[in-house]
Design a protein around this ligand. Structure first.
Ligand code: AOF
Ligand code: ZN
Length: 359
């Protein structure tokens, strides 16, 4: 199961609108016979890929799959049916698939065909791997991960606005890997104006793993120009705009950007809830929010952040810098415990902490 989870993890960011499933087939003699991962864009499914390697014959074997095999037949039979027809003896499932077409029906189909089905081990890791898919199926929106790079005292820029070299090269490379593993990156137009980012993955060998770049256009913020537009050929660019700003985007649309219209909030900006729902409807299962302060604060205010990746440095910037998170109006300590750290590691002089929403 750990191998299957690792396989799935490698495909994160490439399989949307589908989950990145990993599958390992072990033959009756106890040897690993095949590996499979969900294909780019979501098809073929992991089990199909693995079964193809053994000619769809696995008598008495065991399949380890990170997600319950699908139960819906389409152009090809469901994975649950294919596994049963291949003569598999046992299927070990990581996480149950809440997709209404499966949701227990995959396991039931297998059991009815005489296949032994067991759940776990590593169910927590399987849920973590498929958090985006689970979120999209249950809540209709992608999983939202907020990335912040801040000083010891929680500042993301100095009083002069300097921020780009706060973290060292290892932390920056790690952040690029994070991009590769998400379906999309989300930023506000203010960040684009200030930093002129490319928002692509530029790690050697992973250049084709750049996610969809999504920019939230405010009531008055200028439209993206510069590097985001210059790299339109390298990765998709989606603009979230209200109806009022839509006419302004014609030129960018002609240049290849996709324009996504969203209802306005009281300040004339794309409304956050509907914006995330629209991204979910378009198939995105995970978005990495890369700042700045305004979008981070808005998402935390609306409690729409599922996970946090915090890059910390040893720098002390001082309160005259720019805080990672703006005012939230929280007064009671009980209101402040949104997250808990699940993992941490050093990255040269910096460190990274992974936090999940507290239960
Ligand atoms: C599997 N194995 O590798 C994946 C699964 O649109 P379709 O027909 O490809 O079905 C998409 C659904 O299949 C998706 O919502 C999720 O429930 C499941 N994904 N299932 O058996 C896989 N990626
Ligand atoms: Zn399937």
């Amino acid at each position: 199961m750990r191998t299957a989870l690792a396989l799935g993890r490698q495909a994160l960011g490439t399989t949307w609108p589908n989950p990145a499933v990993g599958c390992v087939l072990v033959a009756a003699n106890g040897l690993v016979a095949a590996h499979g991962v969900t294909g780019a864009g979501g098809r073929p499914h992991a089990e199909t890929q693995a079964l193809a390697q053994v000619g769809n014959r696995a008598p008495g074997g065991t399949a380890y799959v990170t997600l319950e095999p699908c139960a819906h037949d389409g152009a090809t039979p469901s994975c649950a049916r294919k596994l049963a027809e291949a003569g598999i003896g046992r299927v070990v499932v990581g996480a149950r698939d809440p997709d209404p077409r499966t949701d227990g029906a995959g396991a039931a189909l297998l059991a009815d065909a005489g296949v032994r089905v067991t759940h776990g081990p590593h169910e927590d890791d399987a849920r973590r791997l498929h958090a985006g898919h689970l979120c999209r199926v249950r809540l209709g929106r992608p999983q939202v991960t907020l990335k912040l790079a801040a000083s010891l005292d929680g500042q993301i820029a100095t009083a002069a606005g300097t921020s780009q070299w706060l973290t060292g090269p290892l932390a920056r490379q790690h952040a690029h890997l994070l991009r590769a593993r998400h379906d999309a990156i989300l930023v506000g137009a203010g960040t684009v104006l200030r930093d002129d980012p490319e928002l692509t993955c530029r790690l050697p060998g992973l250049a084709d793993r750049s996610p969809v770049r999504v920019v939230m256009i405010g009531a008055e913020t200028p439209l993206p120009s510069g590097r985001l537009v210059a790299t339109l050929g390298n990765a998709p660019l989606w603009l979230l705009v209200t109806a009022a700003r839509r006419p302004d985007t014609r030129e960018l649309q002609a240049a290849g950007a996709q324009v996504v219209e969203v209802a306005a909030d009281s300040r004339g900006r794309p409304s956050l809830g509907p914006a995330l729902a629209t991204l979910g409807a378009r198939g995105l299962t995970s978005v990495l929010v890369e700042g700045g302060q305004a979008i981070a604060t808005a998402l935390l205010w609306h409690r729409q952040v599922d996970a946090l990746v915090w890059y910390g440095t040893d720098a002390v910037v001082g309160g005259d810098g720019l805080a990672a998170v703006g005012a939230l109006g929280r007064t009671a300590l009980a209101e402040t415990t949104d997250f808990r750290t699940v993992r941490a590691r050093r990255l040269g002089p910096d460190h990274v902490r992974f936090l999940e929403r507290a239960p």
